[in-house]
Design a protein around this ligand. Structure first.
Ligand code: ADP
Length: 652
């Protein structure tokens, strides 16, 4: 609270300084009114200048570094995303691979049984025993029927000389009957080992296919070979429809069965001259060049690149051996990766770019906010410092004036004490002067009774000498009466001489009036005087001792009672009035009042008109009232009676 109040004050003060008393800047510049907007514009230009300076200070380096980091992050994100996409594609390809392999091996296994069964067939054996001596129309029909059932492209039987003696396509223009197959590996190998397989082009049809052969024995003596040619068109069509690029290579990497027909008999990698010769020999393709395919295997990332008319395309490659089909065969499955990889990479790059831009934006906003907050705090700190310096200046000024004030107060207190002392001295001197007057009066007053006592005493002696005891006793009575008068005078003096011992305290005036009336109640009752008490209930309070104020009131009431001793319808009115900070207590009677001369000497000691009066009551009363800081006066006469007023200061 205190700090914010300080700041608010400082700000207000600061504004006042800016608008009310603009500081002079430069040489003799005239202060202008309304400098708030100017100071803001100035602050804006300062900020701009500072920003440019900071940029020059090496911000460019930071910008270049940030851009480099951005580019690096985007590149890494793209690479990671394309790697993940490649993994996904590889998983898909791996899942498709057994299916592609199963399609091929299933087809081969299905067909492989046919030559085996034919090798044990009596009709086949019979025909081979008769080899070349007659037309085998029945066997031809049988082979045709089996080929149709097994979906084989051709089934034929070759005798030991290598000449086909019966075929499923006998009678057709492309009939194998009579053709010499002695050169074929599938014939030679089957004759030697009992069974063989060979992929190659048909000599008649020119169509590729897999030849599966089985030797026909007659009690351990070879009679010939039963051969089935399966063309893998259906398998290749199945592969094509799967959407993958699927092909089979032999042990040299020459493509055989393939979903991409123009790749057939081409090599995955350039073949050496020996390999080319060996491939020619094995596949029995005299004019095949085994040209290398535009196929490049990736370095460990499982990605292969195929250059398609100058446009390299990426594929995810998976490969598996096919031991169950033909020894040395491997099945390859390639899936196009370009679209998936670039899409994943682009998405990742874009996401990364957007993410980093967002991060940058957030960082920028946060930095700006922090900077703004810092600038604000600095401004606040400056204002606080200014405020503190002003406060300390003011405090110093105040301390100085405080010190001066304290000096003045001390001086004034000294002076007041001096005045008090003087007043006390004066009062004391006044009292002493009154006492002096009283003493003179007392001496005068006492002299008379003392002289009378002497005379009475001398006469009493003489009366006793002459035996007149009655007269002597009368004189002695007079002496007693004289001493009583002297005692009365000295008693009053003792009262007066006593310093005011009772402490003054706040006193409701009505209490003192009631007290005085109750003290005189007996006398009032006897005299038959009507007492009129103050009207209303207001009871102002004054600073006085109750006994002292009662003493004054009793004196005034007694004087009034004395004055109206023989008065018909005597009446005393007590009035209470407030005027400003004064309280006025008046005691008025309807007695004879005072003549001008009596009024003039009223407050002089021993001025009395009474037979037994001392003339001290009013003097003492006035003295007491003055001690209480008030006055006692005789009100100007209005014809009948006398009125005295006590004037005191009201405290509430
Ligand atoms: P004392 O009562 O002993 O005479 P005071 O000082 O009280 O002394 O009074 C002085 C004189 O003033 C009185 O003797 C009287 O003549 C006169 N005086 C005082 N009060 C009244 C009054 N109410 N009416 C007429 N005269 C008065």
């Amino acid at each position: 609270m205190r700090i914010s109040a300080q700041v608010a004050f400082a700000w207000a003060d600061f504004r006042i300084t800016l608008t009310g008393k603009p500081r002079r800047k430069g040489r003799g510049q005239t202060p202008q009114a309304g400098t708030d907007s100017e100071s803001q514009g100035f602050a804006g230009r300062e900020l701009l200048r500072e920003a440019v300076a900071r940029l020059r200070d090496g911000r460019w380096l930071a910008v270049v570094a940030a851009l480099a980091v951005l580019a690096g992050a985007i590149a890494i994100a793209g690479r990671i995303a394309s790697g993940q996409a490649a993994d996904n594609l590889r998983d898909t390809a791996l899942a498709a691979l057994p299916l592609a392999a199963g399609t091929l091996t299933g087809e081969i296994e299905k067909q492989r049984l046919v030559p085996l069964v034919l090798a044990r067939d009596d009709a086949v054996r019979g025909a081979l025993r008769r080899a070349g001596k007659m037309q085998e129309a029945a066997l031809n029909d049988k082979l045709k029927a089996i080929a149709g059932d097994a979906s084989a492209s051709a089934i034929y039987v070759i005798d030991t000389a290598g000449i086909a003696i019966s075929a499923s396509n006998a009678g057709e223009p492309t009939s194998f009957v009579g053709i010499d197959y002695n050169f074929r590996h599938y014939f030679q190998e089957a004759m030697a080992k009992g069974a063989a397989s060979q992929y190659g082009l048909g000599t008649i049809s020119g169509r590729p296919g897999l030849y599966l052969s089985s030797r026909v024995d007659d009690n351990g003596k070879p009679l010939g070979v039963a051969v089935l040619k399966v063309e893998l068109d259906g398998v290749e069509a199945n592969w094509r429809s799967s959407g993958f690029l699927v092909f089979v290579t032999d042990e040299r990497g020459v493509v055989l069965a393939t979903s991409q027909p123009d790749w057939r008999f081409r090599a995955l990698a350039p073949l050496s001259a020996e390999d080319v010769a060996a491939a020619h020999e094995q596949l029995q393709l005299a004019d095949a060049a085994f040209e290398p395919l535009p196929f490049r295997r990736g370095a460990g990332d499982g990605l292969a690149t195929i250059d398609n008319a100058g446009k390299p395309r990426q594929f995810v490659e998976v490969v598996q051996d096919l031991p169950g089909a033909v020894p040395g065969w491997r099945l390859w499955l390639l899936t196009p990766a370009d679209a998936a990889l670039s899409s994943a990479a682009n998405t990742a790059r874009l996401t990364t770019l957007l993410g980093l831009l967002l991060l940058g934006l957030i960082a920028y906003v946060l930095t700006r906010r922090r900077r703004t907050r810092r600038l604000r705090q600095e401004a606040l700190a400056r204002m606080n410092a200014e405020l503190e310096s002003r406060v300390s200046t003011r405090t110093a000024e105040l301390t100085r004036s405080n010190t001066a004030l304290a000096g003045e107060i001390a001086e004034r207190e000294n002076a007041e004490a001096k005045v008090r002392r003087l007043r006390d001295d004066l009062a004391q001197a006044n009292r002493l002067s009154i006492l002096g007057q009283i003493a003179a009066g007392v001496a005068h007053e006492i002299n008379q009774p003392v002289a009378a006592i002497r005379t009475y005493a001398e006469n009493a002696g003489r009366f006793l000498d002459s035996g007149k005891t009655g007269s002597a006793s009368g004189n002695l009575t007079s002496i007693v009466s004289m001493t009583e008068r002297i005692g009365a005078i000295t008693g009053t003096l003792r009262t007066f001489a006593r310093r005011p011992g009772v402490a003054a305290s706040p006193l409701p005036v009505r209490e003192a009036i009631d007290g005085a009336l109750s003290l005189l109640s007996g006398r009032i009752r006897d005299s038959g005087v009507t007492i009129v008490r103050p009207r209303g209930n207001a009871s102002p309070v004054v600073m006085a001792s109750r006994i002292r104020l009662e003493q004054i009131l009793v004196n005034l009431l007694q004087n009034a009672l004395d004055a109206m001793k023989d008065q018909p319808d005597p009446r005393i009115e007590i009035e209470l009035a407030e005027r400003d900070d004064r309280v006025l207590i008046s005691v008025r009677d309807n007695g004879p009042g005072l003549g001008p001369e009596a009024a003039g000497n009223l407050f002089m000691p021993f001025q009395t008109t009474k037979e037994k009066g001392l003339g001290l009551g009013l003097v003492i009363s006035q003295e007491i009232v003055q001690e209480l800081g008030g006055t006692l006066r005789l009100d100007p006469g209005n014809g009948s009676g006398a009125s005295f007023t006590i004037d005191l200061r009201r405290i509430e």
